[in-house]
Design a protein around this ligand. Structure first.
Ligand code: NMX
Ligand code: MLT
Length: 499
């Protein structure tokens, strides 16, 4: 019942927040501490048998229930609108947008641990939420609980310095800090590629090289019982999440700087440290990175990267193999590469029309893009039918921190100009901006201006969602994914014309 207990606690927490919209920061910390009474591994261990029972019950009681009709359009049309996956960590509503374990983005901004009063959510708090459904994990306020529960393993550098009452300190980051060691051959694998290789190619190659240390693969080779699969998957997943920022930062330094590694800063959290290792130490950029990683982490299961990771993992491929596959999907321009495309497109507008582009010039540029057979990057979505809340929260960040940035103002203008034009095309199901329409101008403002690198940031973020679900895939014993396909011939012979 732990999951249900936590859900009840969550709703109590949410209604409390509703009543006191001006939560003081101290209350916020207090709430966080109260729900973090077990370390992450123990929490999962406690939850898994209950969730296994729950799945069994759903199968036996609801297994034959219909979830909508599958049409030929869906089969030919990229399975759009077809429900076909179990994905526990988040759910996407076409109008409202993403909820992580039931929490919207504004709720996460209110409730999740932050690095400073009223700061952006820490990705480690989000990771805790994705894995356990609980708010408040990822923090410890006394060293005893840290050391007792992770005896030995975490009793190394960093902990004593970081753990001092009364201010709660990030807990997962302590785990992540310690396990984020990347072996020399990972760098060598990346170095084998030309420096001109796309950053996503270099990043995915680095992730593949990390796989050498897969604990799942080793355990499988030794004959681990299937009921225990989740444990090495958990270890691989946390190791992977901890290590991908290091690999990503190296790719950045190698391509755009002098190739020297900036060592992690043990006093920083996951998002802050990632920014630091990239070479950006402005406190606002640290906050941006925390928000960025949080909102890009998960977008239910059907998006190309999550779905790919899930599919590959269903063959019992370990988290590294599965996540590397996911990255290759993310690298496509209709998916994660769109963030690169948006900034390049915005810069091409400025090159052609100048920063003070008029509305008429902008309209012409959008039509020129469409007429040359291209999409307007950053607009449209496979599921969403309204403005992406991930766009909205980035806009709020910009209004707070960079209201006068000329490219931000151009992005705001695009919000006025693009949707009516896309609507006029008559075929675009969602003319509104998605997450990628905004992220580039924020990064660009703080000096991370290399657009070709942007999808790597998306990739680091998505490790949190894909790996969290993968641990649950193993804990619940989800089967090999293998849908049935048919031929056009088969459809013509077997499907009746609609009346
Ligand atoms: N610009 C031009 N045409 C568009 C756009 C757009 N932004 N969005 C959709 N369309 C077209 C689409 O290409 C399709 O045309 P056709 O029938 O000639 O092939 C038609 O409208 C119907 O597409 P939809 O059903 O509205 O969208 P679908 O679910 O197939 O695709 C996207 C969703 C996201 C791939 C699509 O909207 C798109 O290409 N957007 C631009 C790229 C982008 O921003 N991708 C990032 C998505 C978010 N992410 O991070 O992954
Ligand atoms: C995502 O974050 O994965 C994108 O918005 C695409 C999607 O959800 O299909």
């Amino acid at each position: 019942m732990a999951f249900f207990r936590s859900v009840t606690a969550l709703s109590r927490l949410r209604s409390r927040v509703g009543q006191q919209s001006n939560l003081s920061n101290s209350v916020r910390w207090l709430q966080m501490q109260s729900s973090a009474d077990l370390d992450l591994h123990s929490q999962l261990k406690e939850m898994i048998p209950e969730q296994q029972e729950r799945l069994k019950k759903v199968k036996s009681e609801l297994g034959k229930a219909q979830l909508g009709n599958i049409t030929v359009d869906m089969v030919i049309g990229g399975m759009r609108g077809m429900t076909g996956l179990l994905w526990e960590t988040s759910l996407l509503d076409p109008d409202e947008g993403i909820r992580f374990r039931g929490l919207s983005i504004p709720e996460c901004q209110k409730l999740l641990p932050a690095a400073k009063p009223d700061g952006e959510p820490l990705p480690e708090g989000l990771l805790w939420l994705l894995l356990t459904g609980k708010v408040g994990g990822g923090l410890r306020c006394d060293m005893i609980s840290c050391t007792e529960q992770r005896a030995g393993r975490w009793l190394v550098q960093g902990i004593e310095r970081s753990c001092h009452c009364p201010r709660p300190v990030p807990y997962i980051p302590l785990e992540l800090h310690i396990i984020c060691v990347v072996e020399y051959y990972v760098y060598k694998a990346i170095d084998a590629l030309p420096v001109t290789a796309h950053p996503m190619t270099q990043f995915a190659s680095g992730v593949m090289a990390l796989q050498v240390q897969s604990e799942f693969q080793e355990a499988y080779e030794k004959g681990i019982h299937k009921s225990k699969y989740w444990e090495p998957t958990y270890e691989d997943s946390l190791n992977l999440i901890a290590r991908v920022p290091v690999v990503a930062a190296y790719v950045y330094q190698r391509i755009y700087k002098d190739g020297k590694i900036i060592p992690k800063d043990d006093s920083l959290d996951y998002g802050g440290n990632f920014s630091h290792m990239l070479g950006f130490d402005d406190p606002k950029m640290l906050e941006l990175m925390r928000l960025y990683v949080t909102i890009h982490s998960d977008h239910e299961g059907g998006n190309v990267s999550a779905h790919t990771g899930h599919l590959v993992a269903s063959a019992l491929s370990d988290p590294y193999l599965s996540f590397a596959a996911a990255l290759n999907g993310l690298a496509g321009p209709l998916h994660g590469l769109a963030n690169q495309e948006v900034l390049l497109w915005i810069k091409s507008v400025v090159d052609e029309c100048g920063e003070n582009v008029t509305t008429e010039q902008l309209k012409d540029y959008v039509w020129k893009t469409l007429n040359s057979g291209k999409v307007v990057p950053g607009f449209g979505h496979g599921v969403l039918r309204k403005t992406d809340p991930r766009y909205t929260c980035q806009r709020e960040f910009a209004l707070k921190h960079l209201p006068d940035d000329p490219l931000f103002q151009l992005v705001s203008k695009l919000f006025e100009v693009v949707p009516p034009i896309l609507t006029k095309l008559g075929k675009v199901k969602n003319p509104w901006p998605n997450v990628d329409a905004h992220s580039g101008v924020l990064l660009n403002h703080f000096g991370l201006a290399e657009a070709r690198y942007y999808t790597v940031l998306f990739g680091v973020s998505r490790s949190l969602g894909i790996c969290s679900q993968l641990i649950w895939d193993r804990a619940l014993g989800l089967p090999l994914e293998r849908p049935k396909s048919v031929t056009l011939d088969w459809i013509e012979k077997n499907c009746k014309k609609a009346a």
